[in-house]
Design a protein around this ligand. Structure first.
Ligand code: XMP
Length: 319
């Protein structure tokens, strides 16, 4: 019988049999899948688990703090937080091609993760939040999980004597099943039902070259948008919503004069499978409210637009 409790019990037995007394390292992103693996492994093997959380400087507002609060402080899981913002932004300097940015972010992640994992000299297993759709190749390529697996199979940057074996306890599960397990394991509902967030993060939501100034402005605008979506009970009615930063300036006026600042676009879509999507018909009053808050509260953004492009012909992300 498929119940979250049964699946958890079964998985715990399997994990214990699989890894025995070995130590396990997990790349924790704060996304649903790796979060559920962390909670599940912690329940199964406790302190044998070490998570590595890489802050690439392309995360959302307070995301790193939330991950540490949930897993390290609240659940007592050992999490190593790596502050790699300077490294990622340095490598992205001068790069504006979207696929090039994706490659750089993905490869830098692997380098940073390998270095940290390499320090855990007792680790024998690499745990991953691979879920069933990732096993189907194209989806895996999109989430980048296939890439990580491949790199570690090839030993990647890890010392020769440290070949990690793979532990993928969610391999047979669909997303909705993973979410149910997450809730049952005590993860916060908002985390488990969060919209998808791409691996390259804000790196593909800042059009063209990525700069810290842009990322900081984007984080503030996106936090307002998401906060208002939640407040107006619209967050769970759309499949994905986010803000895109445009490195172009536009003229505006406020009480004290002329402004010449950046533009952001709000995006919200409704979709079942993310292969096709319809732009969400959010209420005008809501959009008006969010737009005013962003322009009034953020010094650096003077204009807000709403994306009314479906998929096809558009994609969900702008890059
Ligand atoms: P697109 O923009 O292709 O997005 O319509 C479809 C879904 O995939 C997500 N997406 C990504 N996820 N790495 C990821 O992990 C990526 O490079 C990437 N690009 C797009 C996007 O957020 C949407 O949910």
């Amino acid at each position: 019988l498929w119940t979250p409790e049964n699946i958890i019990d079964e998985s715990i037995d399997q994990i214990r049999q699989q890894v025995g007394d070995d130590e396990v390292v997990l790349g924790l992103s704060g996304g649903v899948d790796s979060s559920v693996v962390a909670a599940l492994l912690h329940k199964a093997i406790g302190d044998q688990l070490t998570c590595v959380f890489v802050d690439n400087g392309l995360l959302r507002h307070l995301e790193g703090e939330q991950v540490m609060a949930t897993f390290a402080e609240h659940m007592g899981i050992r999490v190593i937080r790596v502050d790699a913002e300077d490294l990622f932004l340095g490598k992205l300097k001068g790069v504006s091609d979207p696929e090039e940015k994706r490659k750089i972010i993905g490869n830098t992640f692997i380098d940073v993760f390998d270095t940290e994992a390499g320090k855990l000299t007792n680790a024998a297993w690499l745990a991953q939040g691979t879920i069933y759709p990732d096993v189907i190749e194209s989806a895996g390529a999109k989430t980048g999980k296939a890439h990580l697996i491949k790199s570690h199979h090839n030993v990647g940057g890890l010392p020769e004597n440290m070949k990690l074996k793979l532990c993928e306890p969610l391999r047979e599960l669909f997303k909705d099943e993973v979410r149910k397990i997450g809730v049952e394991l005590g993860l916060p509902f908002d985390m488990v039902y969060r919209h998808p967030f791409p691996g390259p993060g804000l790196g593909v939501r800042i059009l063209g070259e990525v700069k810290k100034e842009y990322a900081d402005l984007l984080r503030l605008a996106d936090a307002i948008y998401i906060e208002e979506l939640r407040k107006h009970e619209l967050y769970d009615k759309v499949s994905q919503a986010f803000t895109v930063f445009m490195p172009v300036k536009s003229v505006g006026v406020t009480g004290d004069g002329r402004r010449y600042q950046y533009v952001v676009a709000l995006r919200a879509v409704e979709t079942i499978d993310f292969m096709t999507a319809r732009w969400a018909h959010l209420p005008y009053e809501f959009l008006d409210h969010v737009s005013r808050r962003i322009v009034n509260e953020i010094d650096g953004i003077s204009r807000v637009v709403y994306d009314i492009t479906g998929k096809p012909p558009g994609t969900i992300e702008w890059e």
